[in-house]
Design a protein around this ligand. Sequence first.
Ligand SMILES: *Cc1c(COP(=O)(O)O)cnc(C)c1O
Length: 230
Amino acid sequence: MIDEASIKGNIAELLERIRTCAQESGRSPHSVKLMAVSKTRPASAIRAALAGGLSDIGENYIQEARAKQEELSSEAICWHCIGPIQSNKSRTVAEHFDWVHTVDRLKLAKRLSQQRPPELPPLNICLQVNIDREPQKAGVAPEQLAELAEAVSSLPNLRLRGLMAIPAARSELAEQRAVFAEVRQCFEQLAKQHTYMDTLSMGMSRDFPAAIAEGATIVRIGTEIFGARD
Ligand SMILES: *Cc1c(COP(=O)(O)O)cnc(C)c1O
């Protein structure tokens, strides 16, 4: 298994690459946040990421995340849910996460709003857009975004922050940029109505430089921090 020193080294290297990418696009390095995606990794790997200076942690599987949250309850962590959410898991998410990046239907948003404990701040929400219109993939179609955003923005215990996308893999930088540019255009269209929106969650290990060039404010990275998953 990967050791703490390697994880910290990977993070330092990534932060430097993110800084360079941002500067090359004329953006402030502080405008891009690095989220460590820790699905399938033990709590000790998350501890190493914290030691490396990160505090935003992304998890895909709710039960797995809960176990790590219990183990790390004394740490200051901003928890992001980045996996699909079945309706029967919405309460756990509403109670134990700070962000949800995978809202793609109103029914889920309503449940999250109803189930968000009143003593907690509003749950931060990104709408997941299925930008490549892949039939098997989660996310709302681009032409349905406006309606969903309108409805979600009126729910009391949620704060609509922006969009999330997982484009299909493309090998060329120009192709990666083209699809991220489409996501940005969706965002800009919505932001005319929802001027408070500030988040574009896009870019993974394989394509984060292209995402940053097209305006990503959160990149979600697992492999480049923790090594390949089994
Ligand atoms: C696993 C995952 C990531 C990170 O992927 P890597 O290729 O390991 O960087 C990012 N976003 C989502 C939604 C994921 O499921």
